[in-house]
Design a protein around this ligand. Structure first.
Ligand code: PBG
Length: 334
């Protein structure tokens, strides 16, 4: 006699829906956007089909469309040509430069949009590193001053969340103090807490042309083989005043998402990075996988692991897809 029949809870769509533990909703998303100079200018990132670098006018349109789809939060990254790059990432505090000017425009036009920015030197650095390079080394403490100025300049544009992605020691506390001193107590910090030295960032570096000019990022980003370091980083970020903890990449690091969610009470964000997006798109284009279903399964896995926020290049297509199913009278929440 079989006394337990778990299959009873799977016998119909209705029952399966009743017992579903995790859901992805449009409220979970942060949509990363790539900014380029020009007017009516858009160029697709080759390794990220469907993702475009957009000039400011087109980015405003994109944000407007996304807001209508229910996406409320955006992470904006600048793609700069070499003439704007130097050793000290000077362009990062140029109020009349492409990035800061556009951020201010976005917040002016869409005050209801929640805008996140990236704090790291790489898009502006002639060395292509997240920190200041001296004698071939990435120097920690001198980088902090540059990051703090960058964060204040972004906060001055009215942005809502600062995202330090540089992995320098002590930067969350340093940036928190600098923001507070500048009167930006209400600006949040989403720390890239457990950011691994990953090959999954390849397509993003194509998008921004921001790959390191020498060496790699292993002296500051974490070793993919380790999990304990993530707990140390999370503890420090908590103590230094982070408002959110992020794990990046997400898919190969679901255990880290779970570890942080189990051990810390701050909300956890998962960064479903460029390489994860590219893999799905490439295999789907070949007809080897059902891209939409794989996408939804991947996003769900991040929720199941304990993320409450997902930064994902899939945000817009997911929202468009949901709209279609809603019209068919099906699920509103996936
Ligand atoms: C910059 C930064 C990177 C990403 C986000 N911010 C690249 C890197 O650290 O080299 C990667 C995002 C992605 O791959 O989608 N520090």
């Amino acid at each position: 006699m079989i006394t337990h029949r778990p299959r009873r809870n799977r016998k119909s769509e209705a029952i399966r829906n009743l017992i579903q533990e995790n859901h992805v909703t449009v409220n979970d998303f942060i949509f990363p956007l790539f900014l380029i100079d020009g007017k009516n200018n858009k160029s697709e990132v080759k390794s990220m089909p469907g993702i475009f670098r957009l000039s400011p006018d087109l980015m405003l349109k994109e944000i407007e469309q996304c807001l209508k789809l229910g996406i409320t939060t955006f992470d904006v990254f600048p793609s700069l040509t070499d003439k704007y790059k130097d050793k000290f990432a000077s362009e990062s505090t140029n109020k009349n430069g492409l990035y800061l000017k556009t951020l201010a425009q976005i917040k002016m036009k869409f005050p209801e949009a929640c805008i996140m920015t990236d704090v790291a030197m790489d898009p502006y650095s002639s060395d292509g590193h997240d920190g200041l390079v001296e004698d071939g080394k990435i120097v920690n403490d001198k980088t902090l001053d540059i990051l703090a100025k960058m964060a204040i300049a972004q906060a001055d544009c009215g942005i809502d969340i600062i995202g330090p992605s540089d992995m320098m020691d002590g930067r969350v506390g340093f940036i928190r103090d600098a923001l507070d001193d500048a009167g930006h107590q209400d600006v949040s910090i989403m720390s890239y807490t457990a950011k691994y030295a990953s090959a999954f960032y390849g397509p993003f570096r194509d998008a921004l042309d921001s790959a390191p000019k020498f060496g790699d990022k292993k002296t500051y980003q974490m070793n993919p083989a380790n999990s304990k370091e993530a707990l140390i980083e999370a503890q420090l970020d908590l103590e230094e005043g982070a408002d959110f903890l992020m794990v990046k990449p997400a898919l190969s690091y679901l255990d880290i998402i779970k570890d942080l969610n189990t051990n810390f009470d701050l909300p956890i964000a998962a960064y479903n990075v460029s390489g994860e997006y590219a893999m799905v798109k490439a295999a789907a284009a070949k007809g080897w996988i059902d891209g939409d279903r794989v996408r939804d399964e991947i996003l769900l896995s991040m929720k199941r692991a304990g993320a409450s926020i997902i930064l994902t290049y899939f945000a817009k297509e997911w929202a468009l897809n949901i709209k279609k199913t809603r019209i068919k009278g099906c699920v509103q929440i996936k």
